[in-house]
Design a protein around this ligand. Structure first.
Ligand SMILES: Cc1cc2nc3c(=O)[nH]c(=O)nc-3n(C[C@H](O)[C@H](O)[C@H](O)COP(=O)(O)O)c2cc1C
Length: 458
């Protein structure tokens, strides 16, 4: 109980990805009217946990000051090949960066790169990299500048050498012309980086072919209780917590199965194997099938499983009565404590099981004590408590609980291995990272305990 007396200190800002999942990104910015969009892109990349180093041309700094870039990245903007104490920046940048994004790239710079000129930091860095790391170019120019044979030939040359050209949509440009040349939106680049980061994380994990990537099963979303052929009772769970956990695990290179209610969110879950369910029966059946079909290192059970079922069950007919009718609800069987047993019965390794407890209008200590009830029987490894009062959009207060320790007199214990903001966090982003970090820690512990097999059960 004393564990819970820590000051509740919500944090804001970027959540760091672990080594292996984050990409060091060198962001090159040149002098376009669309330079301001680089600030938005930087902000999105930092939010996703990727360190960003800006390299800006002199023209770019006439559109956006270095103070903005430095304020966002907390790193000095690089501008010159000849800056004092920064000799060989083009070489060190190539070593530091996992990828380069030229955003926005002016017609001038596109033509310079295609000519292979190295008279400044950007040209020298481009040649020094020599396609060792991905080099993406997002052009932004007036339609005629883009359509000029010089620019078109340069883009073809750069693409032929291995650059990835990311075009924006056609449309109205800042100069008033309509056509090609608009800069691709920051969200598009973010999505592409996210995909690359996931692929890279998986490749880093599988660099040793003897070790396959860890595998997680995440459940999430509401549950439908059919009343009759056309009516049903559904709880309000959106599945956003589960989807965020799926994304965080994918970002770390995990293979993820997502057992999701038909209405559940699947934002940023591309790459997960998504299995849909509607009712308790569907869910139970799919859960058993999934647990029998693969060895899961972790199961994150965030689905809002119905606490009750209709005693009469679903009927195929539509109930029609002018005098009303009563529904009798009876408690369903709790599924969380059955996960390990289901896996074992199917001859699979025991997964590390993370459960969720949502309370309504309960203080933290009371809520955590009720959540800790899940530990009875030893079938659950960690429980995340949250209360409806602490959940508003991306704000999401939560507390991660470990099994009770004897020195606590059997009372609730805070998870000690996570850093403070992830132990008792205040946002959905932190919650997702906390789940992924718990799963990662379980895999590491299992590998230490038994280097020949990766069973991670309690
Ligand atoms: C207001 C303004 C907006 C500009 N926007 C663009 C642009 O979007 N794309 C482009 O290729 N050039 C644009 N230019 C021209 C470039 O800034 C110019 O070619 C400059 O030399 C590019 O320098 P850099 O490539 O070293 O950054 C713009 C110029 C001005 C004055």
């Amino acid at each position: 109980m004393s564990d819970l007396n820590e000051t509740f200190a919500p944090t804001t800002g970027a959540v760091r990805l672990p080594r292996g999942a984050a990409l060091n990104i060198a962001l090159i910015v040149s002098g376009s009217i669309a330079c301001y969009k680089a600030c938005e892109l930087i902000s999105l990349l930092l939010k996703d946990g990727h360190p960003v180093q800006v390299i800006a041309t002199k023209s770019a700094l006439r559109f956006v000051g270095s103070a903005s870039f430095e304020g966002l990245t907390d790193r000095k903007v690089f501008t010159s090949l000849w800056a004092p104490r920064e000799s060989k920046t083009h070489i060190s940048l190539r070593r530091w960066a996992d990828m380069f994004i030229f955003y926005p790239a002016t017609a001038n710079r596109i033509n310079q790169l295609a000519a292979g000129l190295a008279q400044d930091l950007i040209g020298a860095t481009f040649l020094a990299n020599n396609f060792e790391k991905p080099f993406w170019i997002a052009p932004a120019a007036n339609t005629n500048m883009m359509l000029h044979p010089a620019t078109q030939a340069s883009l073809r040359t750069l693409e032929g050498w291995g650059c990835r050209i990311v075009h924006g949509d056609s449309g109205r440009l800042a100069c008033g012309d309509t056509g090609i040349g608009r800069l691709a939106e920051p969200a598009i680049l973010r999505g592409l980086v996210r995909q690359l980061a996931r692929d890279t994380a998986r490749a880093r994990r599988t660099a040793n072919p003897a070790v396959s990537p860890p595998r997680a099963l995440v459940t999430g979303g509401a549950m439908t209780l059919p009343v009759d052929a056309v009516r049903s009772i559904v709880n309000t769970s959106s599945g956003r917590t589960a989807a965020a956990a799926v994304a965080a695990l994918l970002d770390r290179g995990w293979l993820v199965s997502y057992l999701a209610h038909q209405s559940a969110a699947t934002q940023d879950c591309e790459g997960a194997d998504i299995v849909r369910y509607r009712t308790y029966e569907d869910f139970e059946q799919a859960l058993g099938k999934l647990l029998a079909g693969a060895d899961y290192d972790a199961v994150v059970h965030a689905a809002a499983v119905s606490d009750y079922f209709l005693a009469a069950g679903a009927t195929s007919a539509k109930q029609e009565t002018s005098s009303g009718f009563s529904l009798r609800l009876e408690p369903t069987r709790k599924l969380l404590p059955t996960v390990k047993a289901l896996a074992l019965a199917a001859g699979r390794r025991q997964p590390f099981v993370i459960g969720f407890k949502l309370t309504v209008h309960e203080a933290e200590l009371d809520g955590c004590r009720r959540a800790a009830g899940y530990f009875v029987g030893g079938q659950v490894d960690r429980v995340i408590w949250n209360d409806l009062d602490g959940v508003h959009g991306d704000q999401h207060r939560f507390t991660v609980l470990a099994p009770p320790r004897p020195e606590n007199g059997g009372d609730v214990s805070l998870e000690a291995r996570l850093p403070q903001p992830l132990r008792r966090g205040a946002s959905l982003a932190e919650l997702a990272v906390a789940v992924a970090e718990l799963a990662e820690a379980a895999v590491t512990d299992a590998a230490i305990a038994d280097p020949t097999a990766r069973g991670v059960g309690a």
